[in-house]
Structures are given as structure tokens and as C-alpha cells.
Design a protein around this ligand. Structure first.
Ligand SMILES: Cc1cc2nc3c(=O)[nH]c(=O)nc-3n(C[C@H](O)[C@H](O)[C@H](O)COP(=O)(O)OP(=O)(O)OC[C@H]3O[C@@H](n4cnc5c(N)ncnc54)[C@H](O)[C@@H]3O)c2cc1C
Length: 493
């Protein structure tokens, strides 16, 4: 079997750990606005600035491709995701995201309604779960007993009440924040569920799975605010047999959200400087000095900007800034390590009984998050062997092993897990490309979302501002994109 690490360069980010290299006296490059990081937040900020006529921009990113956690990859000539792979249809509160999707031609207004381009809505069947020796449609496990079913219904009612009485929104900054939200933020989701007597094992497995899938950590780690927000800000929770339940439509592409990142980045291509690891950002009297390491020439680069947007994870911004604000120094924000694996297969997999292959395929009880099929959304009807993308959110304690163990070790971990549903898979893998994200996404632990430090960083104005999904306390496209757009308005130009 062939394979290897792709997509990220941990050694580049880890330059920040040691003594910084000498900056030299080379030429200084000037720009009006410099954006550190070309993830979705950095790209959104650049897009907003150019729309306002600010064209003298530079985006610096340490990787060789823009898009951060939302990049695509190619394996065997076919597109597949490296990280983020879908976007639920946005609600009315996601104004900025709606505007983007209309601009990209994914949506249009017709007779007062939004119509979506069917080619980019996830094709059917969307999801299936392997449980009790067969595949079931959807990811919610069937309830094991009538009393378990009653718990599913009680949780559904709890989410409905939260939606109606408290207010949840996507992006989360558009929802109110009250003493009740604060109380939820002060406890773990698992504690809340225990106190409500919601202990049916299959329900708890599903809620745990949802938390690991969206937040990179389980219900015992994330806050009750985060656990409820997952359902109440979007599609709700529908107990089995709920007649009103509809399939949650999502936008997805063979290369995942890399499709979106590439389209936002395309008009900015002249401003994007890749393979530039920013090492230092110092605010002076007349401008902001930035030192970056050029990974191609292995030499430092000096920049001076009128204003700088820190579109990097907040713990990185804290290291980069010569004088970080008090709120940044006081912030403790854990990040979940993630691993993704793209598997090119020689031939189709044998199928177990039950629901047919879907876009998203998950095994009940698995420590991993299942796999999506990059070919599912392809419009080209030519039959080809499958290309699967497997997702694993790891406990923080395994970050060291993610860095130190060879790719073959992690390939085995992924394949052993997938063999639980497809015993024939290991023998059919032609190539496996693994991508590791040591600090993939903020975990919304109790106390983080409602912390004064996060509120202060969301409101920072001046010549250095912050733009990253970390500002929401957790990471999804809508939070990143909105954070980037709003940062452009807080910048003193
Ligand atoms: C495996 C995985 C799957 C996901 N799936 C989904 C999904 O399906 N849907 C969804 O909505 N969200 C998903 N997410 C969440 C995803 O993080 C967000 O959607 C979004 O991409 C975050 O964008 P961002 O700009 O906030 O952050 P990032 O993507 O973290 O961008 C930060 C950028 O800063 C750069 N950078 C860091 N340090 C430096 C430095 N010193 N110098 C220069 N550049 C630097 C990084 O290289 C990166 O490009 C997923 C995340 C992961 C990891």
C-alpha cells in the first residue's frame, strides 16, 4: 500500500516554539492591510476589503494552498476533501454567508423564495448508520426500548423549548446571551443530560457523536450551551417517527468546502503569498511590522502595513503579537487534534445488508466519525473505484502521537476502524493520503463561550484586529466567514 502525509507542515508552525531566526536587514515590503492566515476568515476579510475598494492587500499563509481547514486535495486525479466537507443551508441570520452563496451562483431568489442549485445539494442517500449488523438510513440509532424512545422525545422537546424561549442562531453572535445561556455555558453537556435523566445509551452515543463531529470532543467535555446550540441553531432534533422531520439539506462538493475556499480565493490570487510563516507582529507608532519566514527561499521577509488582521487561531496570535492585549493573554482555549484520511480503493466494497451506500457512512460505537464518499457528489457518470474520506477527532492526549508516529501507524488505525463495517477494505486500498491537524479547532469547553476575554477579542478595534472561528469558541464555516467580514469593519485604515 502506498501513502503518506499531505496538506499540513507541522514543522513550519512549530518555528514559533523555538528561538526566532534573525530577521536580517533585507528590503521591506509595504502594503496597506496585511492579513495573517488565509483560512475562511482571512479570505472573507480580504473579500470584504476589496469590495470596499481596499486593493492594496497581502495575505500570508504558512501552507502552500489557501483555505486553511477548508482545503481540497486530489488523489488519483480525483478531487476529495482535506478537512471541512459540507455547509448546511444557511438561515436568515447568516446574512454574510447567504450573500456569498448568492454571489457564487449557488442560490437565487425566485418569486420571493430562495432556490438552491440542486447540483451542489447533497445527493440522496445522504447518511446511513451501521448498527445491529446492518445499515440503517440516517445517523440517529433506532431507540432500544419504549422508555428510550420517550427520552428521544423529551430531548426533542428540550431543543424545541430552547429554540423558542432562549434564542440560538448561526452564527452564534446573532443570538441573545442571557443568564440562562451563561448557566448552560457553566456546565458540561453530559452533566445537563444526566440531570435531565437522559441516559439512554443509544441517544447518548448519538449526542456524543454529534459533539465529536462538530466540536472535536465528547459531551463530557463540551459545554451544555454548545451541545444545545448544535441542534437549536440549525435543524432541531427529531425523534424517530417524527412526521415533521425533514432531511437536513447540506451543500457539498467532491473536494468538500475546498470548492468554496478556491472560489473565494480566486479573485484574490495576486494578494495571496503562500509558504510564508509569520513569526512576529509588532505594532509601532506609524504602522505594524510583520516578520515572516519564506519557506521556499528559507529566508526572512519583512513587511510594513498600515493595519493587520490576525486571521490565525487565537493561541497563535498570542505568540505572534509582540504586545498581545490582556484578553488574549488571559484566554485558555483548548484545541482538538484531527486526522483525515483519503483512501483510493482498487475496486468497490462488498456491502452488508440494509441501506445502500450514502454520502456519509458511520458505524455505531466507533471511536472515529465514519467516512464520506468523494465520488457520491460527482456529476461525471463514468464508473470508478471509490474514493473515501475518513474523519477522526482525537483526544488532546494523542496530539504528541499524531506528530511523532509514522503515517503507517495512523493508516492502520483508520483502516482497522473502517474494517468494522467493511472487512474487505484493507485489502482493497491502493493509496492512503493522511492529513494531520495538531490544533484543528477550538473545543467549546464550559466557560469559554461566555468568557469576557472572548467578548473583548470579538470587539477589538484599531490597527490590529482578530478574525478567526476561534472567536466563536468553536469552528464552522459560518462562524469563520462572518468573523472575517466583521473584522474588516473594525479595522482602522
Ligand atoms: C477535519 C476538519 C473537518 C471540518 N469539517 C467541517 C465541515 O464539514 N463544515 C464546517 O463548516 N466546518 C468544518 N470544519 C471547521 C473549519 O475549521 C471551519 O469551517 C473553517 O475552515 C475555519 O476557518 P478559519 O479561517 O477560522 O481557520 P483556519 O482554517 O484555522 O485558518 C487559519 C489559517 O492561518 C494559517 N496560519 C496559522 N499560523 C500561521 C502563521 N504563523 N503564519 C501564517 N499563517 C498561519 C493556517 O495555515 C490557516 O490557513 C472542519 C475542520 C476540520 C479540521
Amino acid at each position: 500500500m502506498q501513502g503518506g502525509w499531505v496538506g499540513t507542515h507541522p514543522e513550519r508552525g512549530h518555528r514559533l516554539r523555538g528561538t526566532l531566526p534573525p530577521t536580517g536587514d533585507g528590503p521591506v515590503r509595504k502594503t496597506h492591510v496585511l492579513i495573517v492566515g488565509s483560512g475562511i476568515a482571512g479570505l472573507a476579510c480580504a473579500r470584504a476589503l476589496t469590495q470596499r475598494g481596499v486593493d492594496d492587500l497581502a495575505l500570508l499563509d504558512l501552507e502552500d494552498q489557501a483555505g486553511g481547514n477548508s482545503r481540497g486535495h486530489t488523489l488519483g486525479g480525483l478531487p476529495c476533501p482535506l478537512g471541512a466537507h459540507y455547509l448546511p443551508l444557511p438561515g436568515a441570520q447568516a446574512r454574510e454567508v447567504n450573500e456569498l452563496l448568492h454571489d457564487l451562483g449557488l442560490a437565487r431568489q425566485h418569486l420571493g423564495r430562495t432556490e438552491w442549485d440542486e447540483r451542489h445539494l447533497c445527493h440522496s442517500p445522504q447518511e446511513r448508520l451501521f448498527i445491529d449488523g446492518q445499515w440503517h438510513e440516517g445517523l440517529l440509532p433506532p431507540a432500544e426500548t419504549p422508555s428510550a424512545l420517550a427520552q428521544y422525545r423529551r430531548f426533542s422537546q428540550l431543543v424545541d423549548d430552547a429554540q423558542r424561549n432562549m434564542g440560538f442562531a448561526m452564527p452564534s453572535r446573532r443570538a441573545p446571551w442571557t443568564a440562562y445561556h451563561d448557566a448552560l455555558d457553566g456546565q458540561t453537556f453530559a452533566t445537563m443530560l444526566d440531570n435531565d435523566g437522559l441516559d439512554a445509551p443509544r441517544l447518548r452515543w448519538y449526542l456524543d457523536y454529534c459533539c465529536r463531529d462538530d466540536f472535536g470532543a465528547d459531551a463530557a467535555t463540551v459545554s451544555a450551551w454548545a451541545g444545545l446550540h448544535y441542534f437549536a441553531s440549525r435543524h432541531g432534533f427529531h425523534a424517530p417517527g417524527d412526521e415533521t422531520a425533514e432531511r437536513e439539506p447540506v451543500l457539498t462538493w467532491p473536494e468538500g468546502n475546498g470548492w468554496l475556499a478556491a472560489r473565494i480565493a480566486a479573485p484574490l490570487r495576486d494578494c495571496i503569498h503562500l509558504g510564508r510563516t509569520v513569526l512576529r507582529v509588532s505594532e509601532g507608532r506609524h504602522g505594524v511590522d510583520v516578520v515572516a519566514w519564506n519557506e521556499a527561499t528559507q529566508a526572512p521577509e519583512r513587511w510594513v502595513a498600515r493595519a493587520v488582521v490576525m486571521a490565525t487561531p487565537l493561541f497563535i496570535s498570542a505568540r505572534l503579537l509582540a504586545s498581545p492585549p490582556e484578553a488574549l493573554r488571559g484566554l485558555t482555549q483548548p484545541h482538538a487534534p484531527w486526522l483525515t484520511a483519503n483512501l483510493q480503493l482498487r475496486e468497490p466494497l462488498l456491502q452488508r445488508p440494509g441501506a445502500p451506500p450514502a454520502w456519509d457512512n458511520v458505524r455505531y460505537g466507533s471511536m472515529a466519525l465514519g467516512y464520506v464518499d468523494a465520488r457520491h457528489q460527482a456529476l461525471d457518470p463514468t464508473p470508478r473505484a471509490p474514493l473515501l474520506t475518513a474523519y477522526v477527532a482525537l483526544p488532546e492526549a494523542q496530539r504528541g502521537a499524531l506528530l511523532s508516529q509514522p503515517w503507517q501507524h495512523w493508516a492502520r488505525v483508520v483502516m482497522d476502524d473502517l474494517a468494522g463495517t467493511h472487512p474487505d477494505l484493507p485489502a482493497k486500498v491502493e493509496r492512503i493520503d493522511l492529513c494531520r491537524f495538531g490544533h484543528a479547532m477550538s473545543i467549546p469547553v464550559p466557560g469559554l463561550r461566555g468568557s469576557p476575554a472572548l467578548a473583548a477579542l470579538n470587539d477589538t478595534r484599531g490597527r490590529v484586529v482578530f478574525a478567526h472561528s476561534d472567536l466563536a469558541g468553536y469552528s464552522v464555516f459560518e462562524e469563520a466567514y462572518t468573523a472575517g467580514r466583521l473584522a474588516s469593519q473594525r479595522l482602522s485604515l
